[in-house]
Design a protein around this ligand. Structure first.
Ligand SMILES: NC(=O)C1=CN([C@@H]2O[C@H](COP(=O)(O)OP(=O)(O)OC[C@H]3O[C@@H](n4cnc5c(N)ncnc54)[C@H](O)[C@@H]3O)[C@@H](O)[C@H]2O)C=CC1
Ligand SMILES: O=C([O-])CC(=O)C(=O)O
Length: 347
């Protein structure tokens, strides 16, 4: 079974099919910040069915008691509690092993992810300040867009609070991999669980770089067809934004992808050797301080960046073409914290 198949078998076995918690490890406390939202609710539901979660902490600025009461009737072992508003955030975070952050506004048609910066930057900065204070040991998985900027913001805020561990901070890019696996499975007419394909770079437009030459099973497509498939993967988020006609962006597929990523984190925390993609502080490309790529995860976080593998000339061109935009988004995030300071960002 290849890596992708193993990961999906894990989701099927451990997340989607309720069963007893593994006896070898303590079930984790997981917080979802933004738990009442379009992603937060279905993600919380998937986490409620995970045997690796012992305690589920649902935080938002509204509606979490209702969401928690509803999910609390699902007959799995985990306990669940809803927390509302900044006064309740410390208790929501206390003792967390993993904090997943889908808080913030989504796109409407015609917007880029960067158009969300002005609102979401402050939300992520404020929440990460609280994580640094109340659960500095936790792994943090950021979903809120623009990921290419919100992860550097989180890093900078946590650095200033003396609580930054680059091995434990992740931007969630799993949906790009999930989409690439699905689209390739349709072209090759195979089960998606038998597809594996790297998607590296960042999480916006051209910064999303699928490495289709490394697809397994291999793709037999012309240069033109490969370019079209690359573009579809890069613009898949916009495909959903347009189909939803102003009602938001991907929520259900994102919840599925985030549950896959959370499962990878919890398995790694429990001592499994896990391979997954995420946007992290990186040394894979010279002078690119954050990058999504293939990671080996262990009990203390990222153990190793596994590199990009052999690239086709088109893939190398795509990486060269996206690097200035990615660097600009990273710089914008860092400068946001430098200019405004965390206190101002929290207002
Ligand atoms: N990384 C990725 O691949 C993806 C990222 N996203 C991003 O995820 C974010 C959330 O999307 P949706 O769930 O669709 O939005 P939504 O608007 O449905 O939900 C967002 C939730 O965040 C809450 N919130 C706002 N400020 C908060 C704060 N300070 N503390 C806690 N909660 C707060 C809101 O009350 C709301 O319940 C967006 O920024 C979106 O662009 C969406 C899809 C994929
Ligand atoms: O497109 C958006 O705004 C939401 C997102 O990040 C995605 O679906 O990949």
């Amino acid at each position: 079974m290849n890596q992708a198949a193993k990961r999906l078998a894990h989701i099927a076995d451990h997340i989607l099919a309720p069963m007893s918690a593994p006896s070898s490890s303590r079930a984790a406390k997981v917080a979802v910040l933004g738990a009442s939202g379009g992603i937060g609710q279905p993600l919380s539901m998937l986490l409620k069915t995970s045997p690796r979660v012992g305690e589920l902490s649902l935080y938002d600025v509204a509606n979490t008691p209702g969401v928690a009461a509803d999910l609390g009737h699902i007959n799995t072992g985990s306990s669940i509690k809803g927390y509302v508003g900044p006064d309740q955030l410390p208790e929501a975070l206390q003792g967390c092993d993993l904090v997943v952050i889908p808080a913030g506004i989504p796109r409407k048609p015609g917007m880029t992810r960067d158009d969300l910066f002005n609102i979401n930057a402050s939300i992520v900065a404020g929440l990460c300040q609280a994580v640094a204070t109340h659960c500095p040991q936790a792994w943090v998985a950021i979903i809120s867009n623009p990921v290419n900027s919100t992860v550097p913001i989180a890093a900078e805020v946590m650095k200033r609070a003396g609580a930054y561990d680059p091995k434990k901070l992740f931007g969630v890019t799993t949906l790009d991999v999930v989409r690439a696996e699905k689209f390739i499975s349709e072209i090759n007419k195979v089960d998606p669980k038998d597809v594996s394909v790297p998607v590296i770079g960042g999480h916006a437009g051209i910064t999303i770089v699928p490495l289709l030459s490394q697809s397994q099973p291999p793709l037999k497509l012309s240069e033109d067809e490969l370019a079209k498939l690359t573009s579809r993967i890069q613009n898949a988020g916009t495909e959903v934004v347009e189909a939803k006609q102003g009602a938001g962006s991907a929520t259900l597929s994102m919840a599925y992808a985030a549950a896959r990523f959370a499962d990878a984190c919890l398995r790694a925390q429990a001592g499994e050797d896990v391979v997954e993609y995420a946007f992290v502080q990186s040394s894979v490309l010279p002078n690119v301080p954050f990058l999504a790529s293939k990671l080996r995860l262990g009990s203390q976080g990222t153990v190793q960046e596994l590199g990009l593998g052999p690239l086709s000339s088109a893939e190398q061109r795509n990486i060269d073409a996206m690097t200035p935009e990615l660097l600009g988004s990273i710089k914008k995030g860092i400068e946001f914290v430098e200019k405004q300071g965390v206190e101002a960002a929290n207002k």
